[in-house]
Structure formats: C-alpha cells, structure tokens
Write a new protein. Structure first.
Ligand SMILES: Cc1ncc(COP(=O)(O)O)c(C=O)c1O
Length: 428
C-alpha cells in the first residue's frame, strides 16, 4: 500500500498510528511518574513490551525451523541494560565494531557474529583472540588481511561470507557470488580458517520477498559450486535483519505498511525449507538478525513543553533531535502524544526542540488536547537508530529509564551525559 502524504492534505494516514497512541495512553501514569521522578528529556524503555515482542518473534520463526536462532543488531540500540535483557531471552549478538564486540563479550554472549564493511587490523585481531567471534567477511582485501593475521598469530578464525545478493544495490556491502565461491575454496584449504556460514542482508523490507529471493539465489549458488559433503559442514545461514516493524509514513514515499511477524515468518520459513533443507539437503541453523524489529517500539522519548508561541501554534520542548542523530521529523512522521491530556484526536501544532537549528523539531501534529506549558509529550517508537546514533551537539545525551508494569519497577539504567563525559580526554 502506497499513498502520498504531503504534510497537510492527507492527515488520515496518521490515524494508522492510533494503536500506538492507545498503548501510550495506557502508560500515561507511568510516563507522568517517570517524568516527575527523573526529569525530562528521557528515553524510556518498556521492558514488558521488549520481552513479549522478542518471544513473539522467536515463537513464530521457531515453530517451523528447529535450528532457528535470533540475533540482535546492537547497532540499532546499544543500551547495555536492554541488551542484557535480550540475552536473558536467549537472543544472540550481531556486532559491527570494537565497542560492540567488547560489550558482547562483557555481557557474556557465546554466539557473536561480526559484520562491517571495514574491520581494522586491531578489530580483526580482537575477534580472532576472543576465540568466539565469527568474522563475517565483507570483501576480498579483508579476507586476505585475515589470512595473514591468522598466520602471524598462529591462531584460527571462524568465518562466514556476506554475499551481496542480486536484488541488493548497495555495492558497498559484501561480495558477489563468484568472489564468494573463490574465497570459500581458498578458506577450505587453509587450516587456520573455519568456514562456518553464509550471510546476506537487505534493509527495509515490508514483506518477505527479498528473503525468498536471497535464499533461492544463495541455495542455487551453493548447490552449483560445492559438494554435499562440503555444504554439510556449514553451521548456519544468516538471512540478515531489515524487517520493518511498523508503518513508515514519509513525505517522500507516503505510507509503507509492513506485513506482520507471522506473515514474514510463514513465507521465510517455507523458503528456508524449500531451498536449504530440501534443495541442498542440509540442516544448518537459520539465523535472523533484526535491529529495529526488536528495539524500536519498546522505547519512547519523554519531553516537556517549556514555551508556547501562541500566535504561531508553535511550542518549544526541552529535548531536541540530538537525541536521534538526524532530523528525522523533517521527512517522516512518528506518533507524538500529549501525555498530560491524551486523546485520539489529532491536533495541529509544531513541536520544536531547543537546538539552534530549524530542522530540530518533533513534527507538526500530535495526538491529544492542545498543548500548554509544562505538558508532558511522549514520542513513540523511538528505540531504533536514535540512542545509538545520538548527536554530540549542544545538549547532553539524556538519561535512559526502564520500567516494567508487571514487576512494578522503574529505574535509571543510563545517566544523563555530564560535563566530564562530554569533554573526557580533551585538553582544557
Ligand atoms: C548486517 C546488518 N544486519 C542487521 C541490520 C539490522 O537492520 P534492521 O535494524 O533494519 O533490522 C543491519 C542494519 O544496518 C545490518 O547492516
């Protein structure tokens, strides 16, 4: 479903957000208490939602695939406390840099895959020395660097290959089928390299098509180029992340509605059965490594209205788009609710942040009664690519609070950035 929205005419599309608004209304007291207790701005994590959502993903994918394993892309939100909760739910680690590798090891993850278009020698060495991080090879030069490193260290490395499937235009990432076949043959002859898996990833999927295409292409390539005995040694096929968790509404692309987790899993699982279990007659684990599907909906941002420009219906709140790392609301719509006086009514009024930049705003619409000073605002679905990409600009990265209604718990799990944090390492 695609439908244009031009910022004024098609406000009906925003009613797609009503289910999120209703959930925020249920949390009204928790949000008000949290703002009173810890202050705003704050990121706030709903632990119960996070856990239920992960269980739902695992349940749907595991029902048809015994060897299904869920990984979490740390890059989408690297809040250590949240990642620990995910680990307790049996989720594994998908990391993309030194900090994330260190965090995964510190949190005690056993299954860790490391994917990035560039990995420094220091990072490769760290991964090899860990003895448990699987290095997902992105390019030929990286493969050669790793071969030399293993020789120098006299240590072995577990590797997989990131294949750029034909439906993926992002040439920056991964290798072609023919490069993969060449490198895998070299790896099989190298006693220090343990080829354990293949991987592909395509971002931003509203349905299962790219997973079906990727699985079909990779299975055909494997069947054509490797013996059954060679393929039987593969421990996993990693089909990446990229499942869109909720409707995206943007000025440019209109409305993009993703299918449900069940619809994704039904189609993907049958493609796995057909291509991997039947066509190749092998039984590797199937790894899925979403980021936003796991992290986005569980976190909201709480802000307080500090000034009203009555004549323009404009407001200024105490947190800005430095919390996000990009001026997302210039192009996209997210549900914003007046938590002090919530309702399902859409009200017009532009909510600006405190940064010295006109692009620093939270959109021109919100659900609820007309705002006034000291009202609390909740911006919903703010858990993915926000905290982890937050800008170091002007104002502090705020605190992160977590709550569980089931456990009657609310606690700060990351302090607000201080002057010392900001200028750490700087000569003054
Ligand atoms: C290799 C890889 N895996 C997983 C992800 C997570 O993607 P998403 O958050 O869209 O699920 C990304 C995102 O960039 C990625 O590059």
């Amino acid at each position: 479903m695609k439908q244009r929205i031009d910022g004024g005419d098609d406000l009906d599309s925003l009613n797609l957000f009503l289910p999120f608004v209703k959930r925020a209304m249920k949390n009204q007291k928790i949000f008000l208490d949290s703002a009173r207790k810890y202050g705003t701005p704050q990121y706030i994590l709903d632990e119960d939602f996070l856990v239920d959502n992960v269980r739902e993903i695992k349940k749907n994918f595991s029902k048809d695939i015994v060897g299904f394993k869920l990984f979490y892309a740390f890059k989408s939100n690297d809040l250590p406390y949240m990642i620990r909760l995910l680990k307790e739910e049996g989720v594994n680690a998908d990391v993309s840099c030194m900090f994330e590798m260190q965090l995964a090891l510190k949190l005690g993850f056993e299954k860790i895959i490391y994917t990035a278009p560039y990995k420094s020698l220091q990072e490769l060495e760290y991964a090899v020395n860990s003895g448990k991080i699987i290095i997902n090879i992105d390019n030929v030069d990286e493969f050669n660097a790793l071969c030399s490193l293993c020789k120098r260290l006299k240590k072995s490395a577990s590797i997989s290959f990131r294949i750029r499937t034909k439906n993926n235009n992002w040439k920056k990432f991964g290798i072609t089928n023919s490069e993969f076949v060449k490198l895998a043959n070299v790896a099989m002859k190298d006693p220090l390299l343990n080829w354990t898996g293949v991987h592909f990833h395509k971002s931003w999927n509203i349905d299962a098509k790219s997973y079906v295409d990727g699985l079909t292409e990779i299975a055909d390539c494997l069947k054509e180029n490797f013996s059954h005995e060679q393929l039987s040694r593969l421990k996993f096929i990693d089909i990446g992340g990229g499942l869109l968790p909720f409707e995206s509404i943007s000025v440019e692309d209109g409305v993009e509605m993703p299918c449900s987790i069940k619809q994704f899993s039904d189609v993907i699982c049958s493609a796995v059965k057909k291509n991997i279990f039947e066509k190749l007659n092998i039984n590797p684990e199937i790894w899925l490594e979403p980021g936003r599907l796991i992290s986005s909906q569980a976190t909201s941002i709480l802000l307080t209205v500090k000034a009203t420009k009555e004549s323009e219906s404009e407001y200024i709140v105490d947190g800005g788009t430095n919390l996000l790392g990009s001026p997302m609301f210039e192009e996209d719509y997210f549900p914003v609710v007046n938590i002090s006086a919530p309702s399902e009514k859409l009200t017009i009024g532009k909510i600006n942040g405190p940064l010295c930049d006109p692009a620093d705003h939270w959109g021109k619409y919100y659900f609820g009664e007309k705002l006034k000073n000291d009202d609390l605002i909740s911006v919903l679905n703010m858990g993915a690519y926000t905290f982890s990409t937050a800008w170091r600009w002007q104002r502090a990265i705020p605190k992160y609070v977590t709550f569980s209604a089931r456990k009657g718990k609310s606690v700060i799990v990351k302090d607000e950035e201080s002057f010392e944090d900001r200028y750490s390492g700087c000569k003054i």
